[in-house]
Design a binder for this molecule. Structure first.
Ligand SMILES: *Cc1c(COP(=O)(O)O)cnc(C)c1O
Length: 362
């Protein structure tokens, strides 16, 4: 067997222990004679899996009892509509901050459902920073404020939680959830597609404060209504059974390595290795301003599109897969999610040094 270092932004690496555990139970899940993929979601065996998944996630993220945890489908992109449909229900107003492509999509989608204001954007500097906002930047009668906490494509991260006063803060955490502890009580709603840092593609997790649900707009499709999903305990219809099972194994793995505090230590170490290298050479350029650097998605360029292309190709041939930047921004991006081992990052830096030496710039 030859596993590569997969720097994909998503779907991305899963912890080896999780894959091995799933493999061991694949054909005959704990003696029940079938795989989790074949099980009825209403069976007693599956009931244990989904309930364990929820309680483990609550434990890992310290989610208070007054928050619902929903295991849904449709990806983070479906939440771009579900959030306004469910939450833009008092004054019909919402404030959005655009710091990259996903938050821009969320902002555009929300415009279909009400009065949406762009309160700040980092597009003026190609999304290489996060705007500094205070309570006064938001409309006091907005039903919620929406941000994307980690910008997967540009490699930026909010290094502070904006103070929105009493206005619920909604955050897309698709590419940073479970990477470090986060104070859930500072948010009204957190959502994340699972395929970056949690499970295979097909699962979306929504963590929402109870008092915010139950007032969805009349036009809300049943499948997007948080109240229906919460009342059905994520089983209003068939949930993404297999993905939830893998997520459960990921939560167990996280607890086994010291929870999110333990995870953060490793993630800081990995990101430091890459950024320290980038800061102490002059071949590659890291465009993001240092205070806003993502711990999960590290972006860099050579400054020469041809060399960037060559880099991605040669890296791939050496087992460093998917280091090409997003098609819209070019350059390189190393996504170093939870499951990327420190050795992978160290090996990538060695490759970067070698590439710089072998490909002097004109
Ligand atoms: C990947 C990603 C999305 C889109 O997720 P889908 O599950 O593909 O809809 C949205 N937001 C962020 C921050 C992402 O990283």
């Amino acid at each position: 067997m030859n596993r590569v270092y997969n720097f994909s932004a998503g779907p991305s690496m899963l912890p080896m222990q999780v894959l091995e555990s799933a493999q061991k139970d694949l054909i005959d899940y704990q003696g029940c004679g079938m795989s989790v993929m074949e099980m009825s979601h209403r069976s007693p065996e599956y009931d244990v899996i989904i309930k364990d998944a929820e309680s483990l996630l609550r434990k890992v993220m310290s989610i208070p009892d007054n928050y619902k945890v929903l295991f849904l489908q449709g990806g983070a992109s479906t939440q771009f509509a579900a959030v306004p449909l469910n939450l833009m229900n008092k004054n019909g107003k919402a404030d959005y901050v655009v710091t990259g492509q996903f938050s821009k999509k969320a902002y555009k989608e929300a415009q279909k459902y009400g009065d949406v204001k762009l309160v700040a954007s980092s597009e003026d500097k190609n999304n290489t920073y996060i705007p500094k906002l205070t309570k006064d930047d938001f409309r006091p009668d907005a039903d919620y404020v929406h941000i994307c906490f980690n910008n997967t494509i540009y490699g930026t991260k909010w290094n502070y939680i904006p103070d929105t006063g009493d206005i619920p803060l909604v955050a897309d955490m698709s590419s940073c959830i479970l990477s470090e502890p986060v104070d859930v009580t500072k948010f009204g709603l957190i959502y994340a597609g699972a395929q970056k840092n949690m499970a295979p593609a097909g699962l979306t997790v929504v963590i929402v404060r109870e008092d915010l649900i139950g007032n969805a707009k009349d036009i809300t499709p049943a499948m997007l209504d948080y109240k229906l999903m919460a009342d059905g305990e994520s089983m209003y219809n068939t949930p993404p059974c297999w993905c939830i099972y893998i997520a459960k194994l990921v939560y167990e793995w996280l607890l086994s390595i010291g929870g999110l505090e333990g995870m953060k230590k490793v993630n800081v170490e990995k990101a430091d290795i890459l950024y320290n290298y980038l800061d102490n050479q002059n071949y590659y350029i890291a465009p993001v301003i240092p205070e806003c650097r993502s711990m999960m998605n590290v972006t860099f360029v050579t400054g020469d599109a041809e060399l960037d292309k060559k880099f991605a190709k040669e890296a791939g041939a050496k087992g460093f897969k998917n280091v090409k930047g997003h098609r819209s921004v070019g350059g390189m991006r190393a996504s170093i999610y939870n499951a990327m081992p420190t050795e992978g990052v160290l090996a990538l830096v060695e490759f970067m040094k070698e590439f710089a030496k072998n490909n002097p710039k004109g």
